[in-house]
Design a protein around this ligand. Structure first.
Ligand code: KET
Length: 398
């Protein structure tokens, strides 16, 4: 009956992580999947999140179906986190926010909404971008194109080429942009470059779809919300998917949202209604537990302060590991430039290693990075940074 079903080729990120789990070597090092590991190589249970979870469990509330759009306390906490509680767009009811199933679920709801109401708009993705972006949008029937982004020659951003490309796009083109901590390159727009984009977006009537999956891993919780706040301050219409997987270390609880910033409350109400319709016929309504933990952390003053300090610690540990890896590599391979480990931000660095070199790292040294050359620097710790540098040096030496 199902003999015509194709065999699944596997996912460039999740299947590699599964291979890592099965690898029997003691010294294996996981720099593949975008997960924050602490210096002991463990996924932390943040104290603020644990305290919130105990409070939620202690409350022992009923577990009814949530509304299709998710829990009201979660949705309002997301709006306050992204835009600031007193943002005029929130007060005016211009933001339609749903609780997703992770931000992946938010991206999917957004993709379905755009397919229905912007059927002729193409989706424009940065070159490169998160592996699953193309899959999500194509899965909703969109055709995707790419725009210039990463410059392999400098390890930086091709901003002029990006701007020129945007200026040539037809109206209502959807441009998918990472709000901070670009995956896989770690290369972000500066605040001035975001400001330079505003008139282009407005005049060409482009529709930005921001993805904020690493809030707090760039410069800070507030600082990393610069892009959505700028676009909202400028009165632009846009979408933003956001995730708590990394910032609250709640990967498996699937906590994220999608917000659509609309010109007026009437349009926001209609957008929310159609998102509810799409959710109902997809997964009906989101899971309750993780979202209630998130809402508790965000709205309890003591837990919020704890959480922001915990995110700062994770951010600074990654920055310290970037410096350590850079320094060891420079010592091992003098004359080679590894500055990109210091200039790139968030969880990832784009090493420039070829698929063949990435394969050698894995098979000969047990060091797992993506075939694209992306390294999750959050997997580094004081015990494996030397071995990682040794393996990279050996592979780079040929
Ligand atoms: C840019 C981006 N957006 C969304 C997600 C998904 O977030 P969530 O809220 O958990 O659905 C991820 C996850 N990225 C890491 C894991 C993955 O591929 O799913 C990664 O790039 O390794 C992203 O890197």
């Amino acid at each position: 009956m199902f003999e015509h079903v194709d065999a699944y080729a596997g996912d460039p990120i999740l299947s590699l992580n599964e291979a890592f789990q099965k690898d029997p070597r003691a010294g294996k090092i996981n720099l593949s999947i975008g997960i924050y590991f602490d210096n002991d190589g463990r996924i932390p249970m943040l104290p603020s999140v644990r305290a919130a979870e105990l409070a939620v469990v202690e409350a022992a509330g009923p577990r009814p179906y949530l509304p299709m759009e998710g829990a009201a306390n979660f949705r309002s906490a997301v709006q306050a986190l992204l835009f600031g509680a007193d943002h005029p767009a929130i007060q005016a009811g211009r933001i339609a926010t749903i609780q997703g199933v992770g931000s992946s679920g938010g991206l999917k709801v957004g993709a379905d909404l755009l397919k229905r109401y912007f059927p002729d708009s193409k989706i424009h993705l940065s070159d490169p971008t998160w592996d699953n972006h193309r899959a999500v949008f194509e899965g909703s029937g969109h055709s995707c194109e790419t725009y210039p982004y990463y410059d392999p020659a400098t390890g930086g951003l091709r901003f002029d080429a990006l701007l020129a490309h945007f200026k040539a796009l037809p109206p209502r083109s959807v441009v998918v942009m990472h709000a901070c901590c670009h995956n896989p390159t770690g290369v972000d727009l500066t605040q001035d470059q975001w400001r330079a984009l505003v008139p282009v977006i407005r005049e060409l009537q482009l529709l930005p779809f921001l993805d904020l999956a690493y809030q707090g891993y760039g410069d800070g919780i507030e600082e990393d919300a610069f892009a959505p706040r700028l676009l909202a301050d400028e009165g632009l219409a846009f979408l933003i998917a956001n995730s708590f997987s990394k910032s609250m270390s709640l990967y498996g609880e699937r906590c994220g949202g999608l917000s659509v910033i609309c010109p007026d409350a009437d349009q926001a109400a209609r957008v929310l209604g159609q998102m509810k319709f799409m959710i109902r016929r997809n997964y009906s309504n989101p899971p309750m537990h993780g979202g209630q933990v998130v809402a508790k952390v965000l709205t309890d003053a003591k837990l919020r302060a704890m959480w922001e300090a915990e995110v700062k610690d994770m951010r600074e540990r990654i920055q310290s590991m970037r410096r350590q890896l850079h320094d060891v590599l420079v010592a091992k391979l003098p004359g080679r430039n590894f500055d990109y480990f210091l200039t790139q931000r968030g969880m990832f660095s784009y090493t420039g290693l070829s698929p063949e070199q990435a394969e050698r790292l894995k098979t000969e040294f047990g060091v797992y990075i993506l075939r694209s050359g992306r390294m999750c620097v959050a997997g580094l710790n004081t015990r494996n940074v030397e071995a990682t540098a040794e393996a990279m040096a050996a592979v780079l030496a040929g």
